[in-house]
Ligand binder design. Structure first.
Ligand code: PLP
Length: 396
């Protein structure tokens, strides 16, 4: 018996473990200290009313033989796929229902997509990054090249000849952790690059609902993307579904490698290895795309956006450099005086009682940066950022 030894090459999932250990020790030492977290990347507002009532109605359908549902269609119910296509067409993008695959999360799809591509491919992953891109490719034993997202390119790297060998290109826009979002021109340069090298772009737009200026919401807004890209979207951050679990992946029927249609390959993979998303959840997700649901989820996104504004305003006032926050729930602040991320974490926890995420936890280029999230309530967010800025100003 042999195991997949690639799993032994994975780094430990240290980041959140170390943070919770440090916070635990701090609480034991100072039990009375009020601690506020600006670190958590999970939503806090409840699921909107439209989704809850659609979900309740759907569960009631299960109680009667006439409306009961058993196994659902492999790639998701048509009612949800149609609504998703409609939401794309409202932004001028044509997607057909058989190009939409409903799933239980973008994390699953981004991790699993690896199955349908050869392990001989080389991947190109931004540094810093959402860790799933790296870990899923380590598990597959693939070679990884990193592309540097740095302050000098505003955390938005574009193609250069050094990336010549890349087959699977991971792009996350708006980005976790940096909050940076690609413009049309920048994304076009990636699409052209992928087309010229016969590569595939794996485009993660989990945070597209936070786009507030004219940057693209979808890679399919870029000409040529249907022939070289797969898009991953989720109801998690868009509609507060992190506990409900529903997402979707778009694979155009024009996408082909080795003379094989990728859409069909993924459908084949899913029909064997994935059970689908519960009917009740798909009905709830559908409701978030109704006129009423859209208004309700926008209210929640606006609430988080207001937190981002509060944080950005205070950081500007304290003359702290930062990225993100405009099209994203994340603010990527530069640690003062080139302080290392973990040193800043300790300093701000001890001095201000505030928790954030050390940038170095997302890759080497995250060193000297710190991720703040906007998913808390206004009062506590304001209190936290005031304390954080006060500590920084005291230190300088
Ligand atoms: N992609 C990015 C960049 C994320 O930050 C997350 C979740 O935090 C996901 C994907 C996963 O989303 P889901 O909840 O749909 O699995």
């Amino acid at each position: 018996m042999k195991i997949n030894k690639n799993f032994l090459k994975l780094g430990e999932n240290y980041l959140f473990l170390i943070i919770s250990e440090k916070v635990k020790r701090f609480k034991e030492k100072f039990p009375k200290k009020d601690i506020i977290s600006l670190g958590i990347g999970d939503v806090t507002l409840p699921v909107c009313e439209a989704a809850v009532s659609a979900g309740l109605k759907a569960i009631e359908e299960m109680a009667s033989a006439e409306t009961f549902k058993g196994y659902g269609p492999n790639n998701g119910y048509l009612f949800l796929r149609e609504k998703i296509c409609k939401s794309y067409s409202e932004r001028g993008v044509n997607i057909s229902v058989d190009e939409v695959f409903i799933s239980d999360g973008s994390k699953s799809d981004i991790g699993n997509i690896s199955d349908i591509f050869s392990n001989e491919n080389v991947c190109l992953i931004p540094d810093p990054t959402y860790p799933v891109y790296v870990d899923s490719n380590i598990m597959a034993g693939r070679e990884i090249t990193y592309c540097n997202a740095e302050e000098r390119n505003e955390f938005l790297p574009t193609p250069i000849p050094e990336y010549e060998k890349s087959d699977l290109i991971y792009i996350c826009s708006p980005n976790n952790p940096t909050g940076a979002a690609y413009s049309h021109e920048q994304l076009k340069s990636w699409v052209d690059f992928a087309l010229s090298r016969n590569s595939v772009i794996l485009f993660d737009s989990a945070y597209e609902a936070f786009v507030s200026n004219d940057v693209p919401h979808s890679i399919f807004e870029i000409e040529g993307a249907r022939k070289c890209a797969i898009e991953f979207r989720s109801f998690s951050k868009t509609a507060g579904f992190t506990g409900m679990r529903c997402a979707y992946t778009i694979i155009s029927k024009e996408l082909e490698y080795d003379d094989v249609k990728i859409n069909e390959l993924w459908s084949r993979r899913q029909s064997t290895k994935f059970n689908g998303v519960p009917y009740v959840i798909q009905r709830a997700a559908e409701a978030t795309l109704s006129a009423e649901g859209k208004t309700q989820i926008k209210k929640n996104i606006d609430y988080y956006r207001k937190n981002a504004e509060i944080i950005m305003q205070k950081l500007r006032h304290a003359k702290v450099k930062f990225f993100g926050g405009i099209n994203s729930p994340y603010i990527w602040m530069k640690c003062p005086e080139s302080m290392k991320s973990w040193k800043f974490f300790d300093f701000i926890l001890e001095d201000a009682g505030v928790i954030g995420i050390p940038g170095s936890g997302f890759g080497k280029n995250g060193e000297n940066f710190f991720r703040l999230a906007c998913f808390g309530n206004h009062e506590r967010t304001e209190e936290a950022i005031e304390r954080l800025c006060r500590s920084i100003l005291k230190k300088l």
